[in-house]
Ligand binder design. Structure first.
Ligand code: ATP
Ligand code: MG
Length: 441
């Protein structure tokens, strides 16, 4: 007989507590080229473990064994490995034993001592009986393989990054939205996170100027073929700031004409949703007017950083916006309230004009999650002039507003990435801090 292929061999496991019996059967099986003994075990429990691991074609099983007898072991194996045929062997060959062996799922009962020809015939017969089951299992495995490949492929084509969309919004012009949005894009770019900053103020967007970049492509061009968007192309036409932030700029001039009217209000939101999976954070610098474009972007955002100034007018507008968000059905957790140009303790002559953060929080009945103090305006204008996000404009991170912008960015990172926050502000005693800095409610 010519030697069969490895895949055509009948793979056999022997389970018997008597070593000599195992050895004898093994020797007998060695005479036949189509048999291969791939392992043996001295009790039922080991036999089950081995069978589950190796998935043999045949298990030759003794009945009387310590630590799980052959009947129980056969029952486990036939349930766990449907392609394995169990052949029972026993010196007791009465009808009762045979019946119990069959009930346990065994295919055949061989009386001991085992007769060579009977052994060979039985193994080949049982192996043939299992052919349809083996074929069916093979088919299923192939299908599962294909299914897994499809899932992998889908994952690869839709990106595997976190895709958090953070909208930075203020109902008040000049509140520092662009300063904060550019700083967040920079601050969130840690631990290998990929951030994309999109200027969604289609009329007066100034992200490109603020970061001193000259974009080749703007939101407009990309929304033109919004339904046939290719990520590789999308990413390749983005501008890249020196720091590594990817930027999608607004059109360079205010555009009241046909172009702006042609763009479907939901187009930008649609484009963002298609590419979100390729970035960890997408930061949107929104226009102050709540038009259809802004509304659709607020809708798709996972977090809205809502900026208020500490003035009565701004707080009143912020209140209106918070009410609107409530009516729209936004979860309260979606909004991250931030005070910019904050003054911790307004002086006497500021009284009534500048409102302290704790009073703002009480009035708005929302936790304030970020407080950016008012600083020398030159510091911010200088950063804008240099094209550097304010957060990255000084090496000294203990300085305002770099410190508070970093805290806000870390807070967002931790909240969205599900990481517990460290108490980084360790230069102020806890009690004092909690009275005015409501981080970590
Ligand atoms: N914390 C701060 N302290 C002092 N000045 C600030 C602070 N934040 C912002 N500013 C000043 O406010 C001005 C407006 O900032 P920014 O352009 O970021 O606001 P914006 O909300 O994007 O404005 P716009 O409505 O024009 O888009 C900047 O020129 C900056 O100098
Ligand atoms: Mg702006």
């Amino acid at each position: 007989m010519t030697k069969p292929n490895e895949s055509d061999l009948i793979r056999i496991i022997l389970v018997d507590d008597i070593v000599e019996t195992r050895e004898t059967i093994k020797k007998m099986l060695a005479f036949e080229a189509d048999f291969k003994v791939i392992g043996s075990a001295g009790n039922g429990r080991e036999g089950v473990e081995l069978a589950i691991k190796e998935k043999p074609d045949i298990v030759m099983m003794d009945i009387n064994m310590p630590d799980m007898d052959g009947l129980e072991a056969a029952s486990h194996i036939t349930k766990s490995v449907p392609t394995t045929g169990v052949i029972m062997m026993s010196v007791q060959d009465d009808a009762d034993y045979m019946q119990r062996a069959m009930l346990a799922g065994a295919r055949f009962f061989l009386p001991k001592p085992v007769n060579m020809d009977q052994l060979y015939n039985t193994i080949r017969t049982v192996y043939d009986q299992y052919k349809p089951i083996r074929d069916r299992m093979k088919q299923l495995e192939d299908q599962v393989g294909t299914f897994e490949a499809i899932v992998q492929e889908e994952k690869a084509t839709s990106g595997d990054r976190a895709g958090h969309v953070i909208a930075v919004y203020s109902p008040q012009g000049g509140s520092g939205s662009t300063m904060i949005a550019t700083s967040l894009a920079s601050g969130l770019m840690k631990d290998g996170a990929k951030t994309l900053l999109i200027d969604c103020d289609l009329q007066y967007g100034d992200v490109a100027t603020t970061l001193a970049i000259k974009p080749q492509t703007t939101v407009f061009e990309l929304t033109e073929n919004e339904n046939d968007l290719d990520y590789e192309y999308f990413d390749s036409v983005l501008a890249t700031h020196d720091s590594g932030i990817k930027v999608l700029a607004a059109p360079p001039r205010p555009n009241f004409g046909a172009e702006l009217r042609d763009i479907r209000p939901e187009s930008i939101a649609n484009v963002i949703q298609q590419v979100a999976g390729y970035y960890d954070f997408i930061i949107l610098d929104l226009s102050k007017s709540i038009d259809a474009v802004t509304a659709s972007l607020l809708e798709i955002a996972s977090k809205i950083v809502l900026i208020t100034l500490p003035t009565l007018q701004s707080i009143k507008n912020t209140k209106l916006v918070l009410d609107l968000f409530d009516q729209t059905g936004f979860d309260a957790e979606k909004t991250v309230l931030v005070i910019n140009r904050a003054v911790e303790s307004p002086s006497k002559n500021q009284k009534g004009l500048i409102i302290a953060p704790n009073r703002i929080q009480n009035f708005l009945k929302r936790p304030v999650e970020g407080i950016i103090p008012i600083v020398d305006e030159m510091l911010i204008l200088k950063a804008f002039y240099d094209g550097v996000p304010v957060i990255a404009s000084s090496r000294d991170m203990s300085k305002s507003p770099m410190k508070q912008l970093t805290q806000l960015s870390d807070h967002l990172y931790a909240t969205l990435m599900g990481i517990e926050e460290l108490d980084i502000d360790d230069d102020q005693p806890q009690e004092k801090r909690s009275s005015w800095l409501p981080f970590g409610r």
